[in-house]
Design a protein around this ligand. Structure first.
Ligand code: PA5
Length: 478
């Protein structure tokens, strides 16, 4: 473990955490956190940090290795090179952790209207569609829309057995086979999967190009593995910078000094806000359309990792804050009333970008006009910043805890930092709650009923249970 003190060349691109508005001297003693409450977590922090470090060294927390896995990055880049320039469309098939990271990367780092640009305006990169649902209206419309012969499909599933993703895959494989013949399917399909599972076996048999997800990397922690890297390389993200950003954040977070570790501190603030102050709803509110999908990626990470029934000692605890995504400035006109005056049960994390790429000046009105002229000559960028500040001020004045994660710019390096910070924050918060942040028994339980109800062998007891549940009389309906 290191204490980070030396200045880094990339420091001007460093993310900052401003947690002033979490503290009791800003939001008042009832909901605000005191320095003493943070200090009280220091002994537990040392123990949790040592546990994390031991697991990391043993290779059990695989996401920590991803920013250093140059082989996996090269495999993703090479695979993208095979399809670069040869396809008009990239369609990703996946769900949960196999879809949300790629979606976040696409929205954060590609042109906001990428799919509407011409191919040359996109620099030859494909349009991008991420199918993370099995709604036949969406799947069918997309398949009618794309030209199969100019499309690459990336099937992503860590387990290789998720019914939703396998169903999409089977539909697409059939369509491709019918159109171009079985032998040519491999020219349009890339399979990203774990070591076990049916899909891997099938891909090996059929000779589909394969990318591997390390066994110790769970779906929601996989964005910096080939799960996110292959599509990102294909749609034009600088993945070397993305990984460099993650390594930079790792360097900042590899200390057990709570006051110096941004991820640990953010995790501790969330934990204290929930457990001590009753702020059990964690709202992430980006003031940047490009970062909205990072909010949804985090929503899964926080919910699936921390929402647990049983703690590490086997006791029933039923813990976990509820993550919510809100959109700045839009939701000032939808949610803010509730956030400022409703129950004291919310903690808001703003995602702010200090220097956005784009600005647009509001023209001066021709003649001075009360209530309108004050906008003239201002930039939309400035308006967005002022709206964020006014929201922070109003919330803080109303005693509502909030903090800000500030990106100097939106680029691959800062997004790499952001992903890594939030992942470390999640693992540390798991330690504070005393639960295992890496499993998801609630998701697995539902998957087993799906298998049972669809007749997969080995899940007959689940099928019987489901039938009994469906046949149960005395339902309340109107
Ligand atoms: O984070 C997780 O583990 C889950 O959300 C999975 O990503 C999701 O259930 C999809 O699983 P798989 O990638 O095995 O298809």
């Amino acid at each position: 473990m290191t204490n980070r003190s030396k200045s880094q060349p990339n420091d001007k691109m460093a993310l900052r955490l401003d947690f002033s508005h979490m503290m009791s001297d800003f939001v008042g003693p009832d909901r605000g956190i005191t320095r003493q409450e943070i200090d009280d977590l220091i002994p537990r922090t040392s123990a949790i940090a040592a546990d994390i470090e031991a697991k990391r060294e043993a290779g059990d927390l695989g996401f920590y290795q991803l920013p250093y896995d140059m082989e996996a990055a090269a495999a993703a880049t090479d695979m993208a090179g095979r399809f670069q320039g040869k396809c008009d469309d990239l369609v990703v098939l996946g769900i949960g952790g196999s879809a949300l990271g790629g979606t976040a990367l696409f929205r954060a780092l590609c042109h906001p209207l990428h799919n509407l640009l011409s191919k040359s305006e996109r620099g030859g990169k494909p349009r991008v569609f991420i199918l993370d649902n099995v709604d036949p209206a969406t799947v069918g419309s997309l398949l009618d829309f794309v030209d199969l012969e100019k499309t690459v499909f990336n099937v992503i599933t860590k387990s290789g057995s998720t019914a939703e993703t396998l169903s999409q895959f089977l539909i697409i494989r059939q369509l491709l086979t019918d159109k171009i013949g079985r032998e040519s399917v491999k020219e349009h399909l890339v399979v990203t999967t774990g070591a076990g599972g049916q899909l891997r076996q099938l891909a090996e048999q059929e000779g589909y190009p394969l990318l591997s997800i390390p066994e110790t990397v769970g779906g929601r922690f996989s964005v910096l593995s080939p799960v996110g890297l292959f599509p990102a390389a294909l749609f034009g993200v600088d993945i070397a910078e993305l990984l460099a950003g993650a390594r930079y954040m790792d360097d900042r977070c590899r200390t057990d000094q709570l006051w110096q570790n941004p991820a640990y501190l953010a995790g501790a603030l969330h934990y204290l806000a929930d457990v001590k102050k009753g702020l059990s709803i964690a709202i992430m509110m980006p003031y940047s359309d490009a970062l909205i999908q990072v909010g949804y990626w985090f929503r899964q990470l926080w919910a699936e990792s921390l929402g647990k029934a049983i703690n590490n000692s086997g006791e029933t605890v039923n813990v976990g804050p509820t993550p919510v995504v809100a959109s700045g400035v839009t939701d000032q006109h939808s949610q803010l009333q509730l956030y400022s005056e409703g129950p004291f049960n919310k903690l808001i994390t703003f995602l702010l970008v200090e220097n956005p790429d784009q600005s647009l000046t509001i023209p001066q009105h021709l003649e001075p006009r009360e209530g309108i002229s004050y906008l003239g000559g201002r930039d939309l960028e400035e308006l967005m910043q002022i709206e964020a500040q006014s929201t922070q001020l109003a919330l803080t004045k109303a005693g509502r805890s909030n903090m800000s994660l500030i990106l100097p710019q939106t680029n691959a390096f800062t997004i790499g930092q952001l992903f890594f910070l939030l992942e470390v924050q999640t693992v540390f918060a798991g330690g504070l709650y005393g639960i295992n942040p890496m499993d998801q028994p609630g998701v697995e339980a539902s998957k087993q009923y799906i298998y049972g109800m669809l007749g997969r062998s080995g899940f007959e007891d689940k099928a019987r249970e489901a039938k009994k549940w469906r046949d149960r009389g005395g339902r309340y309906t109107i």
